[in-house]
Each structure stands twice: as C-alpha cells, then as structure tokens.
Design a protein around this ligand. Structure first.
Ligand code: ADP
Ligand code: MG
Length: 364
C-alpha cells in the first residue's frame, strides 16, 4: 500500500463527502455501547448428557459483543474486520434489527432506534449475508426481484432503471432468467447484491460478501461495491475476514476482537503507524534460546514478542520494530545468546494481515 497516496486520497474524498446541515458529514448511524450476550445451555456429550439436559439445563452466557461505540457518516465505506467469532455478524444483526441488543442502542438516520425495527428504517437499508440466501433457489432471480419490487412498492420505471444499472455493472443481464440453483456461487452473489439494492437503500450492510468466492468472482463483487459507493453514494458497512476486501474498499476500518473494538480509524493511519514497521524474525536453535531472546526483547521494551515452535525443533521469535532501530535490536539479540544458538534472522516489511493480527492481540 502506498501510504502517501492513500492519505491524500482520504483527505480529498473527505472534503467532497456529502454534507449534513452544519457542514459536517451527515450522521447515518450512531451506535452507543451496543452489547450482546447470548445464553446457551451446557450439555454433556452422548445420550446420557441429552437425557440429563432434559431435566437440568445449565445456562452459559456468551458475551458475543462487549459494549461497542461508533458512528458512521453518509457516504462512508466502513470495514468491520476481525477473526472468526469476533462478533461481526452479531453487530450487523443488531444494526439491521434482526436481533435485539442486550444493552446499549443504535440510532439510524438521526431518528430510528434500530432495535424497534421501524418499517421506514428497513425500507432505507439493505443487507446481504454471504452465507445466507435471500433469493428463492428454485426460481429465476427476476421472480425474486419482482417480489421485492412488490413488497417495497417500487414503481416500475424506477425498478427497471435500477435493475439495468446493477446488471450493467455486473454485465449479467442473461443471468436473471436462469434458476438461481443453476448459477455459480459468484453469479448468485451478484444476484443477491442486485436484489438488496432494488429498493434504493441508502445504507447497505454486507456480511462476508466474498466468502467462498474465487479471486476473479471476489474482484467483481469488490468492483461493484466500489461503484455503488462512489457513484450512487450508498453508504456501506462490510464485514470480512479477508484483508484484501478491506484493503481495496474501506477507507475506514473498525477492528473487532473477542467482541471488543480494538481500533477505529483510517486504514491509512493503521498503515502509517504500523505498516511502516519491520517484522523481525529470529530463528533459534531451540526453545531455551528462544525464551532468552524473547526475554531480552521484552526487557528492551519492544511490543510483545511471539514465540513459536517449528516442526524441525527450531523455535522462532517474532516482533515489530521501526526501520531505524533494526540494527540496534539485532545487537540486543546477538548480545544475549551465543551465535551458534541463532539459526537465521529475517527482516521484512509487515504484511497488513500480520499488522491486524498484532492489533487484535494488543489493541492500539
Ligand atoms: N445464536 C447464538 N447463540 C449463542 N452464541 C452465539 C450465537 N451466535 C453467535 N454466537 C457466538 O457469539 C460469538 C460471535 O459470533 P459472530 O458474531 O458470528 O462472530 P463473527 O461474525 O465475527 O465470526 C461467537 O463466539 C459465537 O459462537
Ligand atoms: Mg460472521
């Protein structure tokens, strides 16, 4: 990623963002301490466990989302990023009114409390979940589109215009007459996206829209999303665990780990702050040497070094440093253990993926 270019682009697009009444971008979503805990029941394995659970159920609370607070302005493209089980889907479900939060609230368009599921709100949003179909698999997509048109009461000319626009972006006019079941995963996702936009939503929620897609199909979806955000002005909130999606689409990222927001800000700043760093990997002859190295690195104030054992009996110590201090760190390491204890030293630019991993682990 080119940091300079990204920062300048960010500034320019911020200046040209649609404004609200007071000159600031109009607030579409105001999320305050939104929290969700699910109650599940503990069950011992096997038939005995099943019978026992019939008479005595032990409730277990899963804190899927700890209080999260953020705002989204009109025109933004926000990426909710986090590992599996972080709570991303739960957040989207709360924001679309599918489930009620345990605490906190989200106000949309300055007027709707989303957990009350006001009809006017539902008419102004769209949602696509990568792992769930809204299209009827037995019918051609056009039939589901017509049904959506009837439900939302979209006038014929508007419907036709939007449909042409979406299908034009995907170059997918011929797909709408095939039964959805016969479409490839990528084609089906194109039809799902089209369906979600036919009623002209201002805010679109996407849950892992590129999951399971090959490289080419995922790129098509990304290009489509770029276009609807840039030219139609649709505000998009997207969850993904693919860094590629986020890197290409989102100016702003909210990183979620274990239900907590660990970073909320411009992607370019994550980049400047951490991506510009170097990843140092010291391959040690064994665990004892690695522990010595890790302790020395820690004592000199680096971010927490990660120690990992390899199959061949060696052990690596990995940590991040600024480019200028690399030499100094190598000195610290080589001064701690015998030269024979060190098998290899690798210094590389940190990948965005690794950077996010680091952020999940320690926050910013
Ligand atoms: N209906 C549910 N009942 C109980 N636990 C759930 C339910 N849905 C999700 N969870 C748990 O909540 C956590 C967050 O899940 P989810 O929001 O799906 O994460 P993500 O989308 O980031 O992968 C996980 O630990 C998951 O097991
Ligand atoms: Mg999910």
């Amino acid at each position: 990623m080119r940091v300079r270019a990204a920062s300048i682009r960010d500034t320019i697009s911020w200046v040209f963002q649609p404004r609200g009444r007071r000159g600031f971008p109009e607030l579409l979503l105001d999320v305050q301490n939104l929290t969700k805990s699910y109650v599940t029941y503990h069950k011992d394995p096997g038939l005995r466990g099943a019978i026992k659970a019939l008479f005595h159920r032990v409730p277990v609370a899963v804190e899927a989302v700890k209080p999260v607070t953020f705002q989204v302005a009109r025109g933004e493209f926000v990426g909710l990023l986090g590992p599996n089980g972080a709570g991303k889907t739960t957040i989207l479900k709360m924001l679309t009114g599918l489930i009620a939060p345990s605490a906190g609230r989200a106000i949309a368009f300055n007027e709707y409390n989303v957990s009350n599921r006001p009809v006017r709100y539902l008419e102004r949003i769209g949602m696509v979940m990568g792992q769930r179909n809204q299209l009827n698999p037995d019918l051609p997509a056009i039939d589901s589109f017509r049904l959506a048109q009837a439900i939302y009461g979209v006038p014929d000319n508007e419907f036709q215009q939007r449909l042409d626009q979406m299908l034009g972006l995907f170059e997918a006019h011929e797909l709408i007459r095939k039964p959805v079941r016969k479409l490839s995963l990528g084609e089906r996702m194109q039809m799902e996206m089209t369906l979600s936009l036919l009623h002209g939503p201002e805010l679109l929620f996407l849950d892992e829209p590129t999951i399971g897609l090959d490289f080419v199909a995922a790129r098509r979806i990304r290009n489509f999303l770029k276009a609807i955000n840039a030219s139609l002005g649709v505000t998009v909130i997207l969850t993904s665990h693919y860094t590629k999606d986020i890197e290409e689409l989102c100016r702003r990222v909210i990183l979620i780990n274990k239900g907590t927001c660990v970073y909320d800000g411009l992607l370019s700043q994550v980049d400047e702050r951490i991506h510009g760093q170097r990843e140092v990997e010291i391959l040690c002859a064994g665990e004892t040497v690695a522990m010595h190295v890790a302790a020395a690195v820690k004592a000199h104030g680096s971010a927490s070094p990660v120690v990992a054992s390899k199959d061949d009996g060696t052990c690596s110590v990995q940590f991040f440093v600024t480019p200028r201090s690399v030499a100094q760190w190598i000195k610290v390491v080589t001064g701690t253990v015998e030269a024979s204890g060190i098998v290899d030293i690798k210094i590389s630019e940190a990948e965005l993926e690794t950077v996010f991993g680091e952020l999940y682990a320690r926050g910013v």
